[in-house]
Design a protein around this ligand. Structure first.
Ligand SMILES: NC(=O)c1ccc[n+]([C@@H]2O[C@H](COP(=O)([O-])OP(=O)(O)OC[C@H]3O[C@@H](n4cnc5c(N)ncnc54)[C@H](OP(=O)(O)O)[C@@H]3O)[C@@H](O)[C@H]2O)c1
Length: 239
């Protein structure tokens, strides 16, 4: 039975990824900072899912979690989001520095730390899948820059672990509904414009992302590595 770790697995995209892996009889570990949110997800998903409360920006906590989890076949670095949504408008240069560091911590460091901590216990045939964002291509302040950094890091990671038979890829979503990503800040007008920007004329769903993550973790995807796979309804094309 494969062991799958999904960071930020208590809500949104991560929760659906966890539920889909659980449905194919994997041992699934979900992480996040809010124990009550994780417990609710574990209760609702059922199967072999368990929760570990951790702040993925903290190296010591992450190292302890990795020791406790042990061998892992699939790591899904999903934790993150645009931390600017939880901040006041910056007024001083110090505020701007804090805001940029928070988005880099939330999106880049969570992935770098968990991957580095778990890699020694990942056998040949494993997969590291990290959730990026269309914001890396379109530009979106410190959040877009952090997701672009994640994509660049992934290329080097893939190169380093390729001869161990481990793949590393990014799944890069466009607008995905039914998550906590936008907090309460997404207006109807903005939602409509995001939907209209997609060639499919619909919002993406956590299930769209989970299906691509599962494919990248499947035997059919072993020659795919170092890539960024866009799942955005054509809002931004790679050609
Ligand atoms: N929704 C979209 O339109 C969209 C588009 C492009 C990319 N994405 C990306 O998709 C990923 C999943 O986001 P989502 O849309 O599903 O939003 P979400 O519902 O807010 O999920 C983010 C999850 O990450 C966890 N998390 C955040 N910081 C963490 C930390 N320091 N340590 C541990 N866990 C942490 C959160 O749990 P706690 O708060 O309890 O820690 C939460 O469960 C993110 O990387 C996001 O940037 C989303």
């Amino acid at each position: 039975m494969r062991t799958v770790v999904v960071t930020g697995g208590g809500t949104g995209i991560g929760r659906e990824v966890a539920a889909q892996f659980a449905s194919e009889a994997c041992n699934v570990v979900i992480t996040g900072r809010r124990a009550d949110v994780l417990k609710k997800a574990v209760d609702e998903i059922g199967g072999s899912v368990r929760a570990v409360t951790v702040d993925g920006t903290d190296p010591e906590q992450t190292a302890a979690v990795a020791r406790e989890i042990g061998a892992v076949d699939v790591l899904v670095n999903n934790a993150g989001g645009n931390t600017d949504f939880d901040r006041e408008e910056p007024r001083h240069l110090g505020d701007i520095a804090d805001a940029w560091r928070q988005n880099l911590d939330s999106n880049l460091m969570t992935a770098v730390l968990m991957t580095t901590a778990l890699l020694p216990a990942m056998p040949r045939g494993s997969a590291v899948i990290t959730i990026g964002s269309i914001a890396a291509d379109k530009g979106a302040g410190s959040y877009g820059a952090a997701k672009a950094a994640v994509a660049s890091w992934n290329v080097d990671l893939a190169r380093q672990i390729g001869d161990r038979g481990i793949t590393a890829n990014i799944v890069s979503p466009g607008y995905i509904a039914d998550t906590e990503f936008f907090r309460d800040k997404l207006t109807d007008e903005r939602r409509d414009s995001l939907v209209e920007a997609a060639m499919t004329n619909r919002a993406g769903t956590p299930a769209d992302i989970a299906a691509t993550v599962r494919f990248l973790a499947s035997p059919g995807a072993r020659q795919i590595t170092g890539q960024t796979i866009a799942v955005n309804g054509g809002e931004w094309t790679t050609r």
